[in-house]
Design a protein around this ligand. Structure first.
Ligand SMILES: Cc1ncc(C[n+]2csc(CCOP(=O)(O)OP(=O)(O)O)c2C)c(N)n1
Length: 352
């Protein structure tokens, strides 16, 4: 089990003394289990990237306290009457909370043909889940804020309470796509029901946020638009994250207008495997949750130990299974590639 370490990011206790009790032990323990599942998965993926059982890792350990409540509050399903998600590469805990299985991330990491997100072709944590309205994750940062406009328009026109959710990082807000999203979401002729999330971990690879942002909070961009609430929260705190999301989802579902939410969170293993993926001594949201639950008498340390052990055993079994699965066949290389007129020297395009 992790321990709460010195924090660069906020590590204060629950915002309201009873916010945890209000959520209740059963829900908190479910959230805890999903957070542990996501953390163990990310740590396994890192190990795979370092051990030659994969090529590159990027992911979201440190964001579980916000991402699990987000995944649990989404209106799940496919089509315009369910929420659409335009995610980025730190979103594992969101999709796991929505029901995705850790084994599929192991498959994408090992690049085996059974990877349901990209058939072994894309980086790990690059999801594409049509049945959950999770649109394909792009390795180019911030483009998700542009595609979110599209599903936002569809949902603004439809008679539905479903919304679009988009998330990304603080550094990416320097890109035009982020500002296009703000402008399009706030057009008076057709405001868009989009939850615009920026997870601020204080870094863009190795560039410190403090050196780049003239604005005090990224959520301050909301001040320009009178109809768009903007809020900055401590994403290391489960109760604060849960209630901020509840408020934002309810506002957007009812008013059919955007909401900008900035989430301060830890980046526990640095940027990616390219920067070493070693543990950083920032606040650990799982340790903080465990402390909060024990302090309030909502759980015992032995309860947590059982969860960590059970989840680790399930992951071991999944990893063993994935190691027995085949890599993609060479002749499938052009399947699902949307290009015609390939030079004759290339293998024939197979599939559809
Ligand atoms: C369009 C584009 N520019 C640059 C990059 C290289 N790049 C990958 S991640 C990253 C930093 C992103 O930082 P931030 O938006 O804060 O998100 P974080 O990774 O911290 O979650 C950059 C610059 C990229 N992938 N795409």
């Amino acid at each position: 089990m992790p321990t709460a370490k010195a924090a660069k990011t906020p590590a204060k206790a629950a915002p309201a003394a009873d916010a945890y009790k209000k959520l209740g032990a059963a829900k908190l323990l479910k959230i805890h289990e999903l957070m542990v599942r996501a953390r163990l998965l990310e740590e396994r993926l890192i190990k795979m990237s370092k051990g030659g059982d994969g090529f590159f890792w990027i992911g979201g350990p440190g964001e579980e306290a916000f991402n699990v409540p987000l995944g649990l509050q989404v209106k799940k399903g496919s089509g315009v009457d369910c929420d659409f998600l335009h995610l980025h590469y730190r979103s594992a805990a969101i999709v796991l909370a929505m029901g995705a299985q850790p084994i599929d991330s192991l498959r994408q990491m090992r690049s085996v043909g059974t990877d349901p997100y990209s058939k072994g072709r894309n980086f790990v944590n690059h999801y594409a889940i049509p049945e959950l309205n999770v649109v394909p994750v792009s390795p180019t940062i911030e483009t998700q804020y542009a595609t979110a406009i599209g599903t936002g328009i569809a949902q603004a026109r439809a008679k539905t309470d479903a919304i679009t959710v988009v998330n990304g990082g603080d550094a990416g807000t320097a890109e035009g796509d982020f500002h296009s999203c703000l402008v399009w979401a706030n057009r008076p002729v057709l405001p868009l029901p989009i939850l615009i999330i920026v997870v601020n971990n204080g870094w863009g690879i190795s560039t410190a946020a403090a050196t780049q942002h003239g604005e005090k909070n990224i959520a301050d961009w909301a001040k320009v638009f009178p109809d768009m609430p903007g809020k900055t929260i401590n994403g290391n705190d489960v109760a604060e994250s849960w209630s901020a999301l509840e408020e934002a989802f309810a506002y957007i579902r009812k008013n059919r207008k955007p909401y900008l939410l900035e989430v301060k969170a830890s980046r526990l293993y640095g940027h990616s495997s390219s920067s070493g993926a070693n543990r950083i001594p920032e606040a650990d949201c799982i340790a903080l949750l465990e402390e909060s639950l024990v302090k309030r008498g909502l759980a015992k340390v032995s309860d947590f130990k059982a969860v960590w052990e059970r989840e680790a055993a399930a992951l071991d079994a999944a990893h063993k299974q994935v190691k027995s699965e085949p890599f993609p066949e060479l002749e499938t290389v052009w399947q699902d590639v949307f290009a015609d007129g390939l030079p004759p020297s290339y293998p024939t395009k197979g599939g559809s």
